[in-house]
Write a protein that binds this ligand. Structure first.
Ligand SMILES: [Zn+2]
Length: 87
């Protein structure tokens, strides 16, 4: 079996490698930190990609709507710890 399908794998909260989930949007300055296990207990496991935009929306970022004509203007919220870890 080829491993090509692993590129399509969307990591979930339960796979986040740290106990604290830290998010930051350099565009609008949003910062948020959550306890990973608490998040899963409260809202269920979900994809990191979905959760990222959920947090941005909750924190008042206005760039969370995926508009194909303005895709480059999308919210820049990321998981800086994951970026550092190279994931
Ligand atoms: Zn933003």
């Amino acid at each position: 079996m080829a491993h090509s399908c692993s590129a399509m794998h969307h990591p979930r909260l339960s796979e986040y490698p740290f106990r604290k989930v830290y998010l930051h949007c350099p565009k609008c300055g949003i910062e948020a930190q959550y306890d990973r296990d608490e998040l899963i207990r409260a809202g269920g496991d979900r994809e990191l990609l979905d959760f990222r935009l959920e947090v941005a929306r909750r924190k008042g970022c206005t760039k969370t709507k995926i508009d194909p004509s303005r895709v480059f203007d999308l919210c820049g919220i990321v998981y800086p710890d994951l970026v550092k870890a190279g994931q």
